[in-house]
Design a protein. Structure first.
Length: 138
């Protein structure tokens, strides 16, 4: 049995009220509209740093269970794990981090619609010293 409070949360899919909202990765105006809607209705969209397809799946499964949007974050260090920590990742080129972030984003785009919730993809904490990572993802 699900406790009453959690059951109420599961039944409240506020995000479906946002125009043009759909399951899967959201971008552009629809993404901004969802963020504004969340702020106006006093609910958060949680963000989770993911380092593998398993952690992505866990976040998507939790979002589906609660019928809530989620953010999948890829950090420079975590992205290297997504690609494989044994790959070259020198501080100038950040090859494994770039490869892992791009592979992770492709993975999320491929599987997110199946979970029936809106999903953001977010690059976590891109400090100036990591601009090579950000540029490489673009």
């Amino acid at each position: 049995k699900v406790p009453f409070l959690i059951w109420r949360v599961v039944d409240m899919a506020f995000w479906k009220e946002v125009p043009n909202m759909r399951a899967g990765v959201v971008t552009g105006d629809v993404a901004w509209d969802l963020l504004k809607f969340a702020k106006a209705n006093h609910f958060a969209i949680p963000a989770f740093n993911c380092t593998s397809s398993s952690t992505v799946n866990a976040v998507l499964e939790a979002g589906r269970a609660l019928n809530r949007p989620v953010m999948i974050q890829f950090s420079e260090g975590g992205s290297a794990f997504f690609a494989g920590k044994s790959l070259p990742n020198d501080k100038k080129n950040l090859q494994a981090s770039i490869l892992g972030a791009v592979a992770g984003a492709h993975y999320v785009r491929a599987v997110a619609p199946a979970y029936g919730i809106p999903v953001f993809i977010h690059s976590d904490h891109c400090a100036k010293k990591l601009l090579a990572w950000f540029d490489g993802m673009l």
